[in-house]
Design a protein around this ligand. Structure first.
Ligand code: NAD
Ligand code: DAU
Length: 339
C-alpha cells in the first residue's frame, strides 16, 4: 500500500512507521512540533519505502501537495496529545485536532484516497464507572479539553462517512507506553526521573486507573484494522488490565530497584478522570487481535530501553532533537518546555 501517515514523528506514529515501512510505501507528513522527533525514525530514515514531508495538517494546500497520486490510505495520528497542555490552553488542540482532521478528511475525499484511518482515544468516553468498559455503545462524555477535541474529530469522521460515503474507520486506544515516548507523559517521565534519583510527581491520591497497552501491540492492531477493518466501524484496543497509577509506579520502582520515597504527591490535575477501561472484544472477535505483551513484561522492556537510550532522553530534555528542524525552518516554537 501507499500510506500517507500524519504525525509519524511522534510516539505512536513513529512505531507505526517502523512497523509499516518494510511492507508498504510510507509518506510521513508531520509539522514537527515539540512532540515530533526525527530521532524516533533514524532506523527507517534511509529506507527506500520511507519519505518525510514537513507540513501542517491545517494547511490543505500543503497536505494536497504532499499527498501522492493513487494513495491507498491516510493514517491520521497528528494531534496535540497531552492532557495537561490542553488544560493550560485549548486553542492549539481545537486547531490541530478538530480543524486539522476536517482538512484531512476533505483532502482524502477530493483526492479519492481509498481508506482513512482515524486514530482516537479511550478518553472520548470520559470517566468510566467502576464496572464500566468503553465500547461502541458507550456514551461520549469527554472531560478534558484534549478529550473534547478528540471527540469532536471523531464526529467529523463519522459525518464524512455518513454524508459523503468515504471509507473511514476509527480506532480508540488506551494509554500507550513503550520506547520513544516524550518524557512529559507519566511513564517516560517517571522512568527517566527515577534513573536520575529525581522525584516522581504523583497527581492527587494516585488512585486514578489507566489501561496500559504496549505501543507495539497497538500498532499491530492498527495495521490489522487498516488492512481488514470495515468502513464506518470503530475498533477498540486496550491492554486488558486497568491499574491504579500508584501501583504502576510502585511496580516501576521495584523493577528499577529504587525506593518508593521518590514518589512525591503533587496537586491533582484539574478535572482528572478517575478511570479508563476499554472493552476490546470487538477487535478480537473481528480481527483476531489481542494484546500479546503483558504489562510487567512491557514495562521491564521499556525500562531497559530508557536505560540504554539516555542520550535520546537527554536530547529531548535539552531540545537538541529539534536542531535539525530549526536549522531548516528557523526557530518558530519554543523548544522542549521545562520538563
Ligand atoms: P505525540 O504527541 O507523540 O505525536 C504527535 C505528532 O503529531 C508529532 O509528531 C507532531 O509533530 C505531529 N503534529 C502535531 N500537530 C501537527 C500538525 N498541525 N500538523 C502535522 N503534524 C502535527 O502523540 P502520540 O502520543 O503518538 O499520539 C498519536 C495519536 O494517538 C494522537 O491522535 C493521540 O490523540 C492518539 N492517542 C494517543 C494515546 C497515547 O497513549 N499516547 C492513546 C490513544 C490515542
Ligand atoms: O487514555 C489515552 C490517553 O492517554 C491518550 O489519549 C493521551 O494522548 C495520552 O497523553 C494519555 O493521557 P493520560 O492523561 O492518561 O496520560 P499521562 O501520561 O499524562 O497521565 C497518565 C496518568 O498519570 C494520569 O492519571 C495522570 C497521571 N500523572 C501524569 C503525569 C504526567 C501523574 O500522576 N503524574 C505525572 O507527572
Amino acid at each position: 500500500m501507499k500510506i500517507f501517515v500524519t504525525g509519524g514523528a511522534g510516539f505512536i506514529g513513529s512505531e507505526f512507521v517502523r512497523q509499516a515501512v518494510p511492507n508498504h510505501q510510507v509518506i510521513n507528513f508531520d509539522k514537527l512540533t515539540y512532540a515530533g522527533n526525527l530521532d524516533n525514525l533514524a532506523s527507517v530514515a534511509k529506507h527506500p519505502n520511507y519519505s518525510l514531508a514537513v507540513g501542517d495538517i491545517c494547511d490543505s494546500k500543503a497536505v494536497a501537495g504532499a499527498l501522492p497520486e493513487n494513495c491507498d490510505a491516510i493514517v491520521h495520528f497528528a494531534a496535540e496529545s497531552h492532557v495537561d497542555r490542553s488544560i493550560l490552553s485549548a486553542e492549539e488542540f481545537v486547531r490541530t485536532n478538530v480543524v486539522g482532521t476536517q482538512v484531512m478528511l476533505d483532502v482524502a475525499r477530493h483526492r479519492k484516497v481509498k481508506r482513512f484511518l482515524h486514530i482516537s482515544t479511550d478518553e472520548v468516553g470520559g470517566d468510566m464507572p467502576p464496572n464500566g468498559w468503553l465500547n461502541s455503545d458507550s456514551p461520549l462524555r469527554p472531560s478534558s479539553p484534549y478529550a473534547a477535541s478528540k471527540t469532536a474529530s471523531e464526529h467529523f469522521v463519522r459525518a464524512a462517512v455518513h454524508t459523503f460515503g468515504i471509507d473511514a474507520l476509527i480506532t480508540r486506544t488506551s494509554n500507550n507506553y513503550g520506547p520513544y515516548q516524550f518524557p512529559e507523559k507519566l511513564l517516560p517521565l517517571a522512568i527517566s526521573n527515577a534513573l536520575e534519583d529525581r522525584p516522581i510527581p504523583v497527581y492527587g491520591d494516585g488512585m486514578q486507573v489507566r489501561d496500559w497497552i504496549h505501543v507495539t501491540d497497538n500498532c499491530r492492531a492498527l495495521l490489522a484494522v487498516l488492512e481488514r477493518g470495515r468502513s464506518g466501524v470503530t475498533y477498540h484496543m486496550g491492554g486488558g488490565g486497568p491499574l491504579a497509577n500508584i501501583d504502576v509506579l510502585k511496580l516501576l520502582l521495584k523493577i528499577l530497584g529504587k525506593p518508593e520515597t521518590l514518589l512525591t504527591t503533587v496537586t491533582d490535575r484539574l478535572g482528572h478522570d478517575r478511570r479508563y477501561a476499554v472493552d476490546f472484544s470487538d477487535t478480537t472477535k473481528e480481527l483476531g487481535w489481542r494484546p500479546e505483551i503483558s504489562f510487567e513484561e512491557g514495562l521491564r522492556a521499556t525500562v531497559d530501553w530508557y536505560r540504554n537510550n539516555t542520550e535520546w532522553v537527554r536530547r529531548c530534555r535539552s531540545g537538541e532533537y529539534r536542531k535539525y528542524y530549526e536549522e531548516m525552518y528557523g526557530e518558530r516554537e519554543a523548544t522542549a518546555q521545562a520538563i
